[in-house]
Design a protein around this ligand. Structure first.
Ligand code: R5P
Length: 300
């Protein structure tokens, strides 16, 4: 028997629970006057002896949403849950999945180890930055790809686009989406200054002249990566460029940066606890994909 707990920020979690016909047991979430967080399962008896699916997202306020998730999992275990699956639509800190500069931590493995330490048996996420992140989780895990859904929406705007990864590491994601729609995929070679964060592109032959393009990435944060990639592709003769990512943080004036770079549309999945209202930005609802993948994964 499965029961859901949904953290307030994870709107998509409510949708998935509804699609799966799961009972959602209410959580009381509050912040103490000094800023500390508190979570309580309102009907703990409904959790006892059940497989609990905790739906959460680690954005916005990554540290606080992570802590609330840990508290909810701990509460579920203490209330007698026999198994906990955490479905975290955005797994923050995934980009620091290795030591890039001497002296750095591996933040991604700390996050998954914390989840494991409170009792997460199985970890599910969406379009994780790299497979390495889930490999460091000592339990079952699943990464649900949604880039094909983003490309499907891009086809409303574009004609026979080339799907382009903004860097070599994102190529598998782009090709997965391209294959689903029988499109070509290719990649750019990105250089990022690890200290300033500045992005630039190394010349590489990508045949986009006269073609529409979809750039697929996992995260758009400041927009620097996809804005620079868009400029590069437009300068090589691309027609319209749609940029798409599962997780659209869009911080530090990202939307303006994207507008200025000549992006035609920004497509995002609804994985976060924030939405950006702007004519350039379009959201793709991934709840049905999450529901069908969870159904298979958990044998629901
Ligand atoms: C980095 O490796 C990620 O896949 C994204 O490309 C990056 O996080 C995007 O960040 P920004 O929008 O700030 O360039």
């Amino acid at each position: 028997m499965y029961v859901a707990l949904v953290l307030r920020e994870c709107q998509v979690g409510y949708e998935v629970a509804r699609e799966l016909g799961l009972e959602v047991v209410s959580l009381h979430e509050k912040e103490f006057p000094d800023g500390e967080l508190y979570v309580r399962i309102l009907e703990p008896a409904k959790v006892a002896s059940k497989h609990i699916i905790v739906f959460s997202t680690l954005y916005p306020r990554q540290e606080r949403t992570l802590l609330k998730t840990l508290l909810a999992v701990d509460a579920a275990k203490r209330a007698g849950a026999v198994e906990v699956t955490a479905v975290i639509s955005y797994l923050a800190y995934s980009r620091q999945d290795k030591v890039f500069l001497p002296g750095e931590p591996v933040s991604a493995s700390i996050v998954v180890e914390l989840l494991r330490s409170v009792g997460v048996d199985s970890l599910v996420t969406v379009d994780v930055h790299s497979p390495r992140v889930l490999e460091s989780f000592q339990g079952r895990s699943l990464n649900i790809m949604v880039s094909d859904l983003l490309v499907k929406r891009a086809l409303n705007y574009l004609k026979d686009p080339v799907v382009v990864a903004p860097d070599r590491g994102a190529l598998e994601r782009a090709c997965h989406a391209a294959r689903a729609h029988v499109l070509l995929c290719d990649y750019l070679i990105k250089q990022r200054d690890r200290v300033t964060g500045e992005v630039s592109y190394v010349p590489r032959e990508v045949s986009v002249s006269g073609r529409d393009v979809v750039i697929i990435d996992d995260i758009i944060s400041t927009g620097g990566t996809v804005a620079e990639a868009t400029r590069t592709l437009l300068s090589r003769g691309a027609e319209r460029v749609v940029v798409a990512a599962a997780h659209g943080l869009l911080v530090e004036g990202a939307v303006k940066k994207l507008e200025e770079s000549g992006v035609y549309r920004v497509l995002l999945a609804n994985t976060l606890g924030v939405r950006h209202a702007h004519p350039l930005v379009d959201y793709v609802d991934i709840s049905s994909r999450l529901a069908s993948e969870l159904k298979k994964y958990l044998g629901l």
